[in-house]
Design a protein around this ligand. Sequence first.
Ligand code: BDR
Ligand code: CA
Length: 308
Amino acid sequence: KRKIIIDCDPGHDDAIAILLAGANPYVELVAITTVAGNAEVEKTTVNALKVCELAGITHIPVAKGAGQPLLRVRQTAADIHGDSGMDGPTLPHPQKSEEQEHAVDLLIRKLMESDGDITLVPVAPLTNIALAMRKEPAILGKIQEIVIMGGGTFGNTTPAAEFNIYVDAEAAKIVFESGVPITMMGLDLTHQAIVTDEIHQRILDVDNNVSHFVHELLGFFAHTYKEVFGFAGAPIHDACCVAYCIDPTAFGTKKLRVDIETKGEHTYGMTVVDLLGVTGREPNVNVAFTLDQDKFWDMLIQTLKNYT
Ligand code: BDR
Ligand code: CA
């Protein structure tokens, strides 16, 4: 069982990532940390708690993290996720509240107490991870791998930049230059995980309270993806990272040099991927490019069936 901590900003696709981790036998969800991203951190934290309560994931800590990027003015994504960060489904206010401990301290503590067997799964701006690395550099030797949703060879927030990297590119730079093994699920990959009508129907056919919730999430998410990008369905970006932890054979990856742009006039927040090796620099990121769709959807739908 691979131990993971999901650092997230739920977020429709973040919620699905949590649900995939919560009932799959090949991963053990150790904790959830939250950060400002799709919405303010107070909102993303309540959303995470709501998802956990609905799914019965009540044995793990949920810790609230950074409410602001390191340097930049905060940006949210209400156009995609609604004002709450997870508009669409209505869930009751959660019974459980977040930990007293700050997410950054929880990350440091869990890593330092571990045998170096925890994988971090940030599916949101990288503020918490960068802060943890700066506060306690000894965690660098304790992180097994970081599987990031972010970046790609094109953008969705600017033509060059993907949302999670764009919101806090300085944090992303710290993480990408940390020397820790990184796998990157960028838009090249996650845009292959689009929920078609057929997949939506398979999810509905699972017919339990979690699959009904996913159905409601997808209704809202597909609508905004159509409005904003003209897509026929919504990509469930963040779930790809958890799927990679469960079964990396469903992904085709390449080790490449990736640098984060923090200065460009048109390119702030870009993940500059050295596809042809022209820099001659040592690759620092395992970049995912291809998805075995059958494996991916079977994994998700099988896992949803585990919620009874
Ligand atoms: C990423 O941005 C967020 O809106 C999604 O949850 C995902 O993590 C996609 O660019
Ligand atoms: Ca997210």
